[in-house]
Design a protein around this ligand. Structure first.
Ligand code: ZN
Length: 677
């Protein structure tokens, strides 16, 4: 997995009710779901419950999902739109190599499950045979390196992107990798839920081996040995909290120097096989590579080969026959995410085409579902928030003039991307036909690799996007110093062209403020206006920042879910800071609008009450217990209950709007309130 330092508004791997009050012309007229509230709850004790309590108690997570609510339902609608587009184009006769032909035939090839079932695991047999023929660890490293060109590389967490200290240039990155489970602690935790996951994991590995011709006893032994090997690898991995530190994870090496750290991995040979020509690399976590070098020799080669086979089968399961798809679902989706049944095939394939040919399908999507109008309104909102942010930085009472000057320069330099890219990616070397899903996926993998390798040592192209247009998410990328809002999130409940300002500022306004604040969170603040990892803070101001953030870390450390599991205030500090700062900025910008200045009620609520209700309703999300447990371990975002209540506990305007008093559970004394940005 690529360890990206982008800060998202929500966790994408877990992509996450819109209430349908529309008139006949299709315009929404009601923007807050009153029936979903629980007015028996006291707003000052638990605002999430007050705003969403009835919804939360009555909503059922669909059996094929790991969560439901705002992000999930908007995403669900988007996938339905993609599905309509794909059904349409796959029925047309399209010119060869046109975007319609490529997305339509990729979709068709994956929908043909009868063809996949007939092939069973034939498509990966040649790869398994190659792994089987490996004689020693040197041979394994060669095979792993050869694999990158076709998407089968392993051992190295390799990708090419901007050099954090020279952000205009691309450089090869090598990060830690080699684990199947989500992060290192899954291998060491002794609680019953973690143990159960490991037991199921071992059973799953053994199952894939028996399905590919190994007897049950041998398969069980192989599975145990793989878990032990991965546990040894996990021992070298940094934790999710340690991965937040951009300085610690930036280690530049001349290739010849790094060779001395990994004497038993022939880097020259490996790079030649990968097609990589470079003198310098960035190593995210050198500890992993030192451990790998030792483990390659000390662990039996057969265990390494078994692990490579398992990873290949597991990683390819979604493009193999039903029995593989079912086994994969059973372990990952069911045991780990708490989904009960598999998603319909059309949904899986719509998401697959979005993932593989996202900027081809995205062109068809925005033509149909995104208006220039929405883009303009959005740009106005962003500019309003930037000017408020500017004003707030100027007035900060804790920051000195030198640091302020740098912070303002950084704010002014933000690149704003809204809706979809100005320049679409070129897929002309991707070949897609309706008959072979496997060959199509391979062609996409090879294209992605070629595209990535063309960047080595070249200037960064800042017009690139890291999310596809239908994605219901947003991000800040520190090396580009940019805030990005795909078309997918510019919809209700986040944004509606017909809604009053309280709704839009409490929704997408707070999301915009959130992304902007990432430029100044514990990670983002370490990058300058040009996207370089470079300290621009006076020591005094940096100390004050850390002291203020510690108060917030303490606040979130006290929050619990699932009978006593604590939110990790360290892990979630960047996101919590972005939530608190983003909401405060959006609120101030809202107060500049005519609605914000008036006291005219709409639907029985004052403008300020509507603003805070809108905020609470965008975080209306319910997860399965399995996903909630996983999120506490590795998601930098707090659970939605606390994303709602945490920032509000630090806002005097919220106290005023809902009469929050000392003694209420969310009440914090003025001196304890977190105010950084
Ligand atoms: Zn975020």
């Amino acid at each position: 997995m690529k360890l990206t330092r982008w800060a998202w508004i929500a966790m994408p791997a877990l992509m996450l009710t819109a209430c349908k009050h529309k008139t006949e012309e299709g315009k929404r007229t009601i923007f807050l779901d009153k029936a979903g509230m629980d007015t028996t709850a006291k707003p000052g004790d638990n605002f999430f419950e007050y705003a969403n309590g009835t919804w939360f108690k009555t909503v059922k997570i669909p059996a094929s999902e790991s969560g439901w609510g705002s992000f999930y339902t908007v995403d669900d609608d988007n996938v339905k739109h993609l599905h309509e587009i794909l059904e349409d184009v796959s029925k047309q006769s399209n010119a060869a190599d046109s975007k319609e032909q490529k997305v339509g035939d990729l979709y068709k090839s994956g929908m043909d499950t009868a063809a996949l079932d007939k092939l069973d695991y034939t498509p990966i047999k040649p790869i398994l045979a190659k792994i089987g023929a490996v004689k020693d660890y040197q041979g394994l490293v060669s095979l792993a390196a050869d694999g990158y060109k076709t998407g089968d590389g392993f051992l190295f967490g390799f990708y090419v992107s901007a050099d954090d200290r020279k952000s205009s240039m691309n450089i090869p990155h090598f990060d830690q990798t080699g684990l199947s489970l989500p992060e290192r602690d899954y291998y060491f935790k002794t609680d019953s839920a973690s143990k159960k996951i490991r037991d199921e994991f071992v059973k799953y590995i053994a199952k894939l081996f028996t399905m590919t011709g190994t007897d049950a006893t041998t398969a069980a032994k192989k599975a145990d040995a793989i878990l032990k090997l991965e546990t040894a690898i996990a021992g070298s991995h940094l934790t999710p909290v340690e991965l937040r530190d951009p300085v610690k994870n930036y280690n530049k090496f001349a290739v010849t120097d790094f060779q001395r750290h990994v004497p038993d991995i022939d880097l020259k040979d490996a790079f030649m096989r990968m097609g990589l020509k470079t003198d310098t690399i960035l190593v995210g976590q050198p500890g992993y590579y030192a451990a790998l070098d030792g483990l390659l020799k000390s662990k039996p080669i057969d265990v390494w080969k078994d692990k490579a086979c398992f990873n290949e089968i597991d990683g390819s399961a979604s493009i193999l026959s039903k029995r593989f798809r079912d086994a994969h679902f059973q372990f990952w989706n069911k045991n780990l995410y708490g989904e009960k049944v598999q998603k319909p095939r059309w949904k899986i394939m719509s998401q697959t085409v979005d993932g593989g040919l996202g900027e081809l399908l995205g062109q068809l999507y925005v033509e149909k579902y995104f208006t220039p109008d929405a883009k303009k309104r959005m740009l106005d909102l962003v500019n309003n928030l930037i000017s408020v942010y500017h004003d707030r930085i100027e007035k900060l009472d804790w920051m000195g003039p030198e640091t302020k000057k740098q912070a303002l320069a950084k704010l002014a330099a933000f690149t704003k991307k809204i809706g979809y890219p100005d320049k679409w990616k070129d897929y002309s070397d991707v070949h897609i036909n309706a008959d072979s899903f496997f060959a199509n996926e391979r062609s996409i993998e090879m294209h992605n690799y070629r595209r990535m390798m063309a960047k080595v040592g070249k200037p960064v192209d800042r017009s690139e996007w890291g999310m596809t247009p239908p994605t219901v998410n947003a991000y800040y990328n520190p090396t580009y110093n940019e805030i990005v809002f795909p078309a997918g999130i510019l919809q209700f409940p986040f944004f509606d062209n017909d809604a009053d300002d309280a709704i839009n500022y409490g929704g997408i306004g707070a999301v915009i403020g959130h992304e902007m604040t990432h430029g100044f969170d514990d990670q983002g603040r370490q990058y300058d206006k040009d996207g370089n990892l470079k300290d621009w803070w006076t020591k005094d101001d940096a100390d004050k920042f850390k002291k203020k953030v510690q108060v917030m870390i303490d606040q979130y450390n006290q929050y619990t879910v699932l009978n006593g599991l604590h939110v990790n205030g360290q892990l979630t500090q960047g996101e919590n800071l972005a939530d608190i700062g983003g909401l405060a900025i959006a609120y101030q910008a809202f107060k500049n609008t005519s609605e914000g200045k008036s006291d005219q009620k709409i639907g029985g609520l004052t403008p300020d009450q509507r603003f805070f209700m809108s905020w609470a309703q965008i975080w209306r999300v319910k997860n399965t217990d399995e996903v909630m447990r996983m999120r506490i371990n590795l998601d930098p975002h707090s659970p939605e209950l606390y994303r709602t209540n945490g920032p509000l506990s630090n806002m005097p305007a919220f106290y005023k709007a809902f009469g929050v008093k000392p003694g209420d559970k969310m009440y914090r004394d003025g001196k304890d309130m977190v105010k950084v940005w």
